[in-house]
Ligand binder design. Structure first.
Ligand code: LMR
Length: 397
């Protein structure tokens, strides 16, 4: 029956992480998958998450199926987090949110919804983008194109990006990273977002935002600038967001898909079709992660504790950027590593070539993604100098 089934080559990022786990070299360093590690190279359980879990366990709640769209308290907490308290779009009922299996599940539900209900010529993703974006949309039989995004000097080639997007047919879908771009760490400035939003409106494009790192850039509200500005401008759009990184809930697979519509009636129909999309695939989302999020966001003290831990994670990432920049600059004073300080969130694009990435792994037990992306929180006071030594030795080969 299954003789014809071809082998799966594996997902690059996930396979790399698995290879790291198997590596027995004691000095190994994991700068590959986007998982936050603390100063001791451990994935922390946030205190607010732990408290929320204790409360849930004590309440000894039954575990019925959730509705197809997920739990009401979770969905409304997500809307407040994304759009802020009292945003007109939410108050007027023109935003709908469903709880999804991570933000990957949100992207997938959004792709299926668009394929069924939206006539368009394809989705445009940034060059480069998270590897799985292409695969997620292509598996929904949506054509994927790219727009210029990354400037090898370390930032965004904004003029080229605008020039490309300006030529797209109306109703083209444009995938945008709301903050902390994966894989480059290069984000648009506020002024660039404003210019882009005006162009999106003029050209009648449909943005699909991916926000997996809210709070890792500048803070929960600042990182939501693009989301709130798009909604304020009256642009219809989709947004998938995740609690994997911001609450350390990776394995709970907890995210959401929101669709901002023109009015409440449209929104009701869209919600109905999103529910149908879910029913056709996994029926309803898992409950536990969403209940942790709803507890944390719904209780002022837990929320405060969460934001304080989020600030700690963000500050540590920034401190590691500064440390790595200093260590590299000291070893190679003529080279420019300032991109490390300008890029934001978990990732930085180093410009290291695939052969150099292979060398770092084989000779130094340092794991990073083939594109040269490093996951900054894999660095800590114990390994940052060794990583700098290894990178410089590799660059000078
Ligand atoms: C990453 O980019 O490393 C993370 O988002 C994990 C993944 O799913 O690839």
């Amino acid at each position: 029956m299954f003789q014809h089934v071809a082998p799966f080559a594996g997902d690059h990022i996930v396979s790399l992480n698995e290879a790291f786990q198997r590596d027995t070299r004691p000095h190994k360093v994991n700068l590959s998958i986007g998982i936050y590690a603390d100063e001791n190279a451990r994935l922390p359980t946030l205190d607010a998450v732990h408290q929320a879990e204790l409360r849930l366990a004590t309440a000894r709640m039954a575990k019925p199926y959730l509705p197809m769209e997920g739990a009401t308290n979770f969905r409304s907490a997500v809307q407040t987090l994304l759009f802020g308290a009292r945003h007109e779009a939410v108050a007027s009922g023109r935003v709908v949110t469903i709880q999804t299996v991570g933000s990957s599940g949100g992207l997938k539900a959004g792709a299926e919804f668009l394929r069924r209900w939206f006539a368009f010529s394809g989705v445009w993703i940034s060059d480069p983008s998270w590897d799985n974006h292409r695969s997620l949309f292509e598996s929904s039989r949506i054509t994927v194109h790219t727009y210029p995004y990354y400037d090898p000097a370390g930032g965004v080639c904004f003029d080229a990006m605008l020039e490309c997007l300006r030529t797209l047919p109306p109703r083209s879908v444009v995938l945008l990273h709301a903050c902390c771009h994966n894989p480059t760490g290069a984000d648009l400035s506020t002024a660039q977002w404003i210019t882009l939003i005006t162009m999106i409106q003029e050209r009648q494009l449909l943005p699909f935002l991916d926000m997996a790192y809210q709070g890792f850039g500048d803070g929960v509200d600042t990182d939501a600038f693009a989301v709130r500005a798009l909604a304020r401008a009256g642009v219809p759009f989709l947004i998938a967001n995740s609690f994997s990184k911001s609450m350390g809930l990776y394995g709970e697979r907890c995210g959401a898909l929101s669709v901002v519509c023109t009015d409440a009636q449209q929104a009701e129909h869209v919600l109905g079709q999103l529910k149908f999309t879910v029913r056709q695939s996994y029926f309803s989302p898992p409950a536990h992660g969403g209940q942790i999020v709803a507890q944390v966001l719904g209780d002022p003290l837990l929320r405060l504790s969460w934001e304080s831990d989020l600030n700690t994670m963000r500050d540590r990432i920034r401190a590691m950027r500064v440390r790595l920049h200093a260590a590299l600059s000291q070893r190679m004073p003529d080279a420019d590593f300032s991109f490390l300080l300008r890029q934001r969130g978990m990732f930085s694009y180093t410009g290291l070539q695939p052969s150099q990435v292979d060398h770092l792994r084989d000779a130094h037990a340092i794991y990073l993604v083939h594109s040269g992306r490093i996951c900054i929180p894999g660095l800590n006071a114990n390994n940052v100098d060794a990583v700098a030594d290894a990178i410089c030795a590799t660059l000078l080969l």
